[in-house]
Design a protein around this ligand. Structure first.
Ligand code: PEP
Length: 251
């Protein structure tokens, strides 16, 4: 039995007062416990304010990115230990926007995954194909490569601290979500590949989120698929009530 996990990726949105207002609203809506694990990934500047407000709630904190070196002359970057210190439980790594706008490749993502796990963070590893790759019939090859390279050097012992987010790039921020059947098909594939990489038992326990234009309207159809264990939500996570409605479509 896999506990669903629903995560809010705010990207480069919300000032500290806006983030604090959201956190207070969500805390009020959710109460002290939730069937699904709930995670919020604010921008770095708002981590501390959000952490303070969410104290005693069922909501965990995530960093949207990190740099894999432990410290040093990396202007503008934040380490895994710094995220942990700021109260994060998860790091979102390999997001398609990091891959596209910041040229992050699988080898770099792998270094970040190892740095996160080494610092005691759990990882949400994002994978997914572009529209062109899907049209060329390359979806499985792309996702397989991202998984194999992103998880290189990891074993069954790491699997419990890993979540995979399948996020078709053509569905992110476009309002065009994958159908439940399309998503389920790739999620099944991810679980099979994870079985070869991490062992069958670990793969059965692995939580695989869907991400890409998830809304309160489409979430229950997506999240009721057998291999979809939650959602990574961008746009619809910016308003506490709509994020809560997505969480509630599981509860
Ligand atoms: C995301 O950024 O991970 C995402 C899925 O965004 P959206 O929900 O806006 O498509």
């Amino acid at each position: 039995m896999r506990r669903p996990i629903v995560a809010a990726n705010w990207k480069m949105n919300k000032t500290v007062p806006e983030a604090a207002e959201f956190a207070a609203r969500l805390k009020g809506l959710l109460g002290p416990s939730s069937k699904a694990e709930v995670v919020v990934a604010p921008p770095f500047t708002a981590l501390s304010a959000v952490k303070e407000i969410l104290e005693g709630s069922a909501v965990g904190l995530a960093g949207q990115n990190l740099w894999h070196e432990p410290k040093g002359a990396y202007t503008g970057e934040v380490s895994a230990a710094m995220l942990k210190d700021a109260g994060c439980v998860y790091a979102i790594l390999g997001h398609s926007e990091r891959r596209k706008y910041f040229q992050e490749d699988d080898a770099l993502v792998n270094k970040k995954v190892k740095a996160a796990l080494g610092s005691g963070l759990n990882v949400i590893l994002c994978v997914g194909e572009t529209l062109r790759e899907r049209e060329l019939g390359e979806t499985h090859n792309v996702v397989r490569r991202q998984l194999e390279k992103g998880l290189e050097g990891l074993g069954a012992g790491d699997a419990g601290r890993l979540v995979v987010a399948y996020e078709p790039v053509w569905a992110i921020g476009t309002g065009k979500n994958a159908t439940p059947e399309q998503a389920q098909e790739v999620h099944r594939f991810v679980r099979e590949r994870a079985g070869e990489l991490l062992g069958r038992e670990a793969a059965e326990a692995l939580r695989i989120q869907y991400g890409g234009s998830v809304t309160p309207e489409n979430s229950s159809a997506l999240l009721s698929q057998p291999d979809i264990d939650g959602a990574l939500v961008g746009g619809a996570s910016l308003v506490a009530e709509s994020f809560y409605a997505i969480i509630n479509s599981i509860n």
